[in-house]
Design a protein around this ligand. Structure first.
Ligand SMILES: NC(=O)c1ccc[n+]([C@@H]2O[C@H](COP(=O)([O-])OP(=O)(O)OC[C@H]3O[C@@H](n4cnc5c(N)ncnc54)[C@H](O)[C@@H]3O)[C@@H](O)[C@H]2O)c1
Length: 259
């Protein structure tokens, strides 16, 4: 009764080439789900090929950029051509820029907002329309951040985009809940991924000290998070084990934030 079996399900995972997205895809595949791995990076095909050795007939790669509605539509069409359904949408793709508040350019603001928010919005609009019209009991998972819970003077655009993701999650949950489509957000803390490695390097230069120490002082579990920590939460939200959870933003941060 309380097991996770996603064998009849199909998921789209954006930003699946590396880091958190890749690990979420692996967790879903391991539960029997078919997965469309979407990424801007052209290496996504090679990543999918590697995974297909372990999970034959379950993996499909789409090199795509979620920045435009047209590209989101192409991702959906390719998914339908390949697997003919979508049950789970993991809006994970995102970027972070470490730039002090007074130095953020208009171009960088637009880039962060377009990838972190606009792409998520239109892919959700397209997939939710399909789920609603086809009576799919879907799960939509949006990647926010604990940065969206408070402020980040060294990444104000990023924090604002992630706060907006929480709002978008609530709107989506309200709009589609009555159709049995659940939408929830995950708010990861400090997770060891290529993105976080880049942030550590930049902050070390700006602050002239290793930011890991500052982070560890706040993380009650006394360790950085791993992509697996986030994948386990995403797997739970993808499955029927979270059947009555809708419109929530769940911190997965070892106790860094407690709100
Ligand atoms: N790493 C952390 O500590 C942390 C903390 C909180 C939230 N998050 C969020 O989790 C998500 C994944 O983070 P990560 O650390 O794994 O990042 P990452 O940079 O390691 O991986 C992100 C992936 O998204 C892809 N991507 C970027 N722009 C894209 C676009 N326009 N279209 C399609 N794919 C695109 C990249 O090519 C990359 O493969 C992001 O939304 C991030 O903001 C991460």
């Amino acid at each position: 009764m309380y097991t996770i079996d996603l064998q009849q399900k199909v998921a789209i995972v954006t930003g699946a080439h590396q880091g958190i997205g890749l690990q979420i895809a692996i967790a879903l595949l391991d539960a029997g789900c078919k997965c469309v791995l979407v990424d801007l990076n052209e290496e996504i095909q090679a990543t999918a090929n590697r995974l297909a050795e372990q999970f034959p007939n379950q993996v499909y790669a789409v090199q795509g950029d979620i920045r435009t509605k047209k590209s989101c539509e192409e991702i959906f069409v390719k998914t339908m051509d390949k697997f003919a359904r979508v049950d789970i949408l993991v809006n994970n793709a995102g970027i972070m820029r470490t730039t002090p508040f007074l130095e953020v350019s208009e171009e960088e603001w637009d880039l962060v907002m377009t990838i972190n928010l606009k792409g998520m919005f239109f892919l959700t609009q397209i997939v939710a329309t399909y789920m609603k019209d086809n009576q799919i009991e879907g799960s939509i998972i949006n990647m926010s951040s604990i940065a969206g819970r408070s402020g980040r003077p060294l990444a104000p655009h990023y924090a604002a985009s992630k706060a907006a993701v929480i709002s978008l999650t609530k709107s989506s949950a309200e709009a589609f809940g009555k159709f049995n489509i659940r939408t929830n957000a995950l708010c990861p803390g400090v997770i060891s991924t290529p993105m976080m490695d880049e942030i550590f390097e930049k902050r070390k230069i700006i602050e002239k000290q290793d930011p890991r120490d500052t982070f560890l002082q706040r993380i009650k579990l006394d360790r950085l998070g791993t992509p697996e920590d986030i994948a386990k939460a995403a797997l739970f939200l993808s499955s029927d084990l979270s059947s009555y959870i809708n419109g929530q933003a769940i911190n997965v941060c070892g106790g860094y934030e407690m709100n």
